[in-house]
Write a protein that binds this ligand. Structure first.
Ligand SMILES: C[S@@+](CC[C@H](N)C(=O)[O-])C[C@H]1O[C@@H](n2cnc3c(N)ncnc32)[C@H](O)[C@@H]1O
Length: 280
């Protein structure tokens, strides 16, 4: 069992191209979230308890998509391992993969599941899986590597994707993350993948953004206002200089706030569940 000190980024064996994602680490360590996905909301209260209920419902819903023949699963982009653990508890033979050394540390500490530290597109499987699960990790994986390596990992098996895709790009930061939906469908066809089932859960997923926005308005913005107010009173010139120095970070922060607009999200993106049959 490691200590938190051992988990620090510097002490981890970070291979070339494998980095700790600080945003995901923040969600886990500071917000205490074990699931790093949007969840499936159903009139839940807009609170941490509501988020937990929505995330648990989301995983159950994903599992309902598994064809009966499925026994072995590769949880590709496994986050903190909550889903892998749940699958294992339901009797599936699960292995997990992520390129994030911090997540590897969490698996070693908390989970009794084989973990592969790698990007999915570079992973060389030692066995064939019945199903590959990409729960909000598809957007990080380049399309060609995603389809070609799915055939190596699970020929004749299934690929279950739950993620958002861009459908109406509008030149804002909102259009920057996620694969283009039409290109994704086309690539799937080019690689011989058959789309067996599809569901649009945008409305039930986007509620997470409303929750994040309400936390931001309630806690983060007033704290920033208070800090800048007292700093401006004491060091007006220094504040001006610091704002100039941090201008890129301020722009990034403002862009990130824009990403919490659920109505904008719904205009630009669709959150989908896609079950594919993988060719042999
Ligand atoms: C938003 S988190 C989702 C985590 C988890 N599946 C869940 O539903 O809570 C995205 C995950 O994808 C992983 N990831 C990022 N790039 C990847 C890649 N190229 N191949 C596989 N996983 C990747 C991240 O490290 C992280 O575990």
């Amino acid at each position: 069992m490691g200590t938190m000190e051992e988990a620090s980024t510097s002490s981890l064996n970070i291979e070339v191209g494998l980095k700790v994602n600080t945003a995901l680490r923040f969600y886990h360590e500071i917000l205490g979230l074990n699931n790093l996905h949007y969840g499936l909301w159903d009139n839940d209260p807009l609170t941490m308890e509501g988020l937990h209920a929505a995330q648990s419902r989301y995983t159950d819903h994903l599992i309902s998509y598994f064809p009966e023949s499925v026994k072995t699963i590769l949880d590709a982009g496994a986050g903190t391992g909550e889903t892998s653990e749940k699958l294992k508890a339901r009797g599936y033979d699960v292995e997990a993969l992520s390129p994030d050394p911090y997540q590897q540390y969490l698996f070693q500490k908390n989970r009794n599941v084989t973990f592969h530290l790698n990007k999915f597109q570079n992973f060389k499987p030692r066995k064939k899986y019945d199903l590959i699960l990409m729960s909000e990790s598809c957007q990080y994986i380049p399309m060609d590597g995603l389809f070609s390596n799915s055939i190596n990992c699970a020929p004749g098996g299934y690929l279950l994707i739950n993620d958002y895709f861009i459908t109406h790009p509008d030149n804002t930061a909102m259009s920057k993350s996620g694969h283009d939906m039409q290109i994704f469908y086309q690539k799937a066809r080019d690689y011989g993948f058959e789309l067996l089932k599809e569901e649009d859960i945008t409305d039930q997923a986007a509620v997470s953004l409303d929750l994040a926005r309400s936390w931001l308005d309630r806690y983060v913005m007033p704290s920033i206002d208070l800090l800048t107010y007292s700093f401006r009173r004491k060091h007006p010139k220094l504040l001006k200089f610091a704002s100039w120095l941090m201008r890129n970070k301020v722009k990034k922060f403002n862009d990130d706030i824009m990403l919490l607009d659920s109505e904008h999200f719904k205009r630009v993106k669709r959150y989908k569940i896609l079950l594919f049959k993988i060719p042999v």
